[in-house]
Design a protein around this ligand. Structure first.
Ligand SMILES: [Cu+2]
Length: 309
């Protein structure tokens, strides 16, 4: 097999027989790509119902990412299909392909454009995470200490850290509403293979999450065994629940309804069945649920309301 090495250079097709698209054609194709990518990103809706205050913030990021993804997909697949057709082997042509080595300008361009896109996406994603309150629970130490910690967690964490911190350290999470007065605290315990919700107001324990529409909810989450993740697609929220490292998740529901809670971290053989439901009630219906399920009102029939209601 020596034929490949023995081809004299002049048997190759001349470079100028391959027409290079003019800069005008490239510009027009590029503009068409960008416009079609933007159209798809802003008109094709792949996301479920948006049911929390931060969902529109997240969706704006998704639209940008979807537009960029569409532009890349159409550009790359289009170029591959074009090349397959345009540069296919013609009948009777047994010569080698063009030997092209190095094109500094092209290499600079195809390094610089992805670098700029990735940098932009990174900075924009960080900005969105910040706007959703992703950094507040880590940066704002005063808010962190005001947050009443779960007693059991406080004991275990402070003993693990040599009793340095008076309140449990919150390791991460989305926490825009941490400083708000009206916030509804709910303690979430994740275990193989269920989520348990406990309401300090009213001392209610539930297998489903019931929340009032329009009121900020703060989930204080801990895991009993392995890492789980609390995910509600309609809220556009997902947060890991980690043993020994409390996390918070704050959201404000904006649409009444029932939405799935899904464990989004492979946590064992029945991980796929680790699901629950969040029910967003209108405020009156939530108050009724709270009244009906509070052990105080359930046992003391004469009590007009729960102590905290
Ligand atoms: Cu799980």
């Amino acid at each position: 097999m020596t034929s490949g090495a023995l081809h004299p250079p002049d048997s190759r097709p001349a470079a100028d027989s391959v027409p290079i698209p003019s800069s005008l054609v490239t510009l027009l194709v590029g503009m068409a790509l960008v416009l079609s990518g933007l159209w798809v990103g802003y008109n094709v809706d792949l996301l479920p119902l948006d049911a929390s205050a931060n969902a529109p913030v997240y969706d704006s990021l998704f639209r940008v990412l979807f537009s960029i993804g569409t532009i890349l997909f159409l550009g790359i697949v289009g170029l591959v299909v074009f090349s397959l057709v345009r540069f296919r082997r013609r009948a009777g042509d047994h010569t080698d392909g063009l030997a092209i080595e190095g094109n500094l300008l092209l290499e600079i361009v195809w390094t610089a454009i992805p670098a700029i896109v990735v940098l932009f996406v990174g900075i924009y994603s960080y900005d969105i995470y910040e706007r959703m309150g992703g950094m507040s629970s880590l940066n704002d130490h005063s808010a962190m200490h005001q947050m009443p910690a779960m007693e059991t967690m406080e004991a275990s964490v402070s003993s693990a850290e040599g009793g340095q911190e008076p309140a449990a350290r919150v390791w991460g999470g989305i926490g825009t509403g941490a400083g708000e007065a009206n916030v509804l605290p709910v303690e979430v315990t994740a275990m193989q293979f269920a989520f348990i919700f406990h309401y300090p107001e009213g001392d209610i324990t539930s297998g489903e999450l019931h929340v009032p529409n329009g009121r900020p909810v703060e989930l204080r989450m801990k895991a009993n065994d392995v890492i789980h993740a609390f995910w509600v697609p309609q809220f556009r929220l997902k947060q890991d629940v980690i043993p020994g490292q409390p996390t918070v998740l704050t959201f404000t529901p904006t649409k009444a309804g029932s939405y799935p809670i899904i464990c989004a971290e492979l946590c064992g053989p029945y991980h796929g069945g680790m699901r629950s439901t969040v029910i967003v009630h209108e405020p009156d219906a939530y108050d009724a649920w709270l009244q009906k399920n509070s052990p105080v009102t359930a046992t003391v029939a004469s009590a007009p309301s729960t102590p905290t209601a």
